[in-house]
Design a protein around this ligand. Structure first.
Ligand code: 1HN
Length: 345
């Protein structure tokens, strides 16, 4: 273990001035800021966004700002550790709640960051990704991978609201974030791949040598299937928590390069104390009610709420009624960088 490092103030003022003029600075006074001992020191603070509180604000945005003036009509969920207006909910994950009114459409664009939506309210909304129309029902997970054209539309008669999750902060940090706008896409006249090619888990289109698999073969994960799978798993789980990862059915890998999605079911009264994970996370409550203690802070969540946990957070979830949550996390990114870690407590 190294001893206390030297400070800037210990250095002669003339030397400090000369360094500034030369455009250099000593590392040792700043070393522990970027390399704390033993574990990271996150800026991210736990956040909790009650749907009941945000929903009226979002509907008001629908009255105040036509979609043409917004491109995407979204209220951003800012990390409390960074302050309102921060374009991130954790270091790597951006979250926003988006509203589309009946008859509206959000124009086509493609961008470097990847996105996924979890549908929160309303039916009749859809996203078109690379010519494939993806209907959006409550709880569905819909992907718009980086570089793929996407636009949103709405054939129903009630407002549609969904949660957007993007790896935008990474792309902003890398100075790699930009979009290209285009005309609305023409759509293939067939249902999406969740119906056509990937209707059943464990079955994929036959793979001849010429099979050209799309990079993102399945871009919609219907909630009804996820819930049914969790329920069956929970029946035989012997008290442990039923958790399922969303995967690319062709490769078995995470659905997006940096973001992972994990669905979880908690029975009424059930508690879960996961290991401390090096990944940061956002939890979206598809249905149910309960509490999560995050580093000693209690979040009392209800249906359609969203809350976040920093890296290595100490979490205890307790459901006061049967609950379904989707955890959005950056474990796939950390796996690729080779540092994902779980610590027991
Ligand atoms: C975006 O493209 C969408 O396509 C939503 O719906 C939110 C936030 C930042 C950058 C791009 C969308 C976004 C976004």
């Amino acid at each position: 273990m190294s001893e206390q490092l030297g400070t800037l103030e210990e250095l002669p003022q003339a030397y400090r001035d000369d360094m500034t003029r030369a455009g250099v600075a000593p590392l040792w006074p700043m070393m522990r800021n970027v390399l704390p001992h033993g574990a990271p020191n996150p800026i991210t603070r736990p956040g909790h966004w009650r749907f009941d509180a945000v929903r009226p604000l979002l509907l008001r945005a629908g009255e105040l700002t036509p979609v043409e003036k917004a491109e995407r009509r979204v209220l951003v969920l800012s990390d409390p550790g960074r302050g309102t207006g921060a374009m991130q909910a954790t270091a790597s994950i951006y979250l926003g709640l988006q509203l589309l009114l009946p008859g509206e459409s959000a124009p086509a664009h493609k961008h470097t960051p990847s996105a996924a939506r979890i549908v929160v309210e309303g039916s009749g909304g859809y996203t078109v990704v690379d010519g494939e129309k993806l209907p959006m029902q409550d709880g569905d997970l819909v992907l718009t991978p980086g570089g793929d054209w996407h636009d949103h539309g709405h054939d129903g008669d009630e407002p549609v609201i969904w949660l957007d999750a993007l790896d935008l902060p990474l792309f902003v940090y890398l100075e790699g974030s930009y979009a290209i706008e285009g005309p609305l896409q023409t759509r293939r006249n067939r249902p999406d791949a969740a119906h056509v090619e990937y209707a059943a888990a464990g079955l994929v289109p036959s793979r001849g040598p010429a099979a050209a698999t799309r990079r993102y073969p399945m871009m919609r994960f219907p909630w009804a299937r996820t819930e049914a799978a969790l329920r069956e798993m929970a029946r035989f789980a012997d008290g442990s928590v039923a958790e399922l990862d969303f995967i690319n059915p062709e490769t078995g890998t995470d659905v997006l390069p940096t973001m992972g999605f994990t669905a979880m079911m908690l029975a009424e009264g059930q508690s879960d104390r996961p290991p401390l994970r090096s990944s940061s996370a956002a939890f979206h409550v598809v249905r149910g009610r309960g509490t999560t203690v995050i580093n000693g802070e209690t979040v009392a969540w209800g249906p359609k709420d969203t809350f976040t946990a920093p890296v290595f957070a100490d979490l205890t979830h307790t459901a006061t009624e049967e609950s379904f949550l989707v955890r959005i996390h950056d474990r796939p990114l950390q796996d690729k960088l080779g540092y994902y870690e779980e610590r027991s407590r």
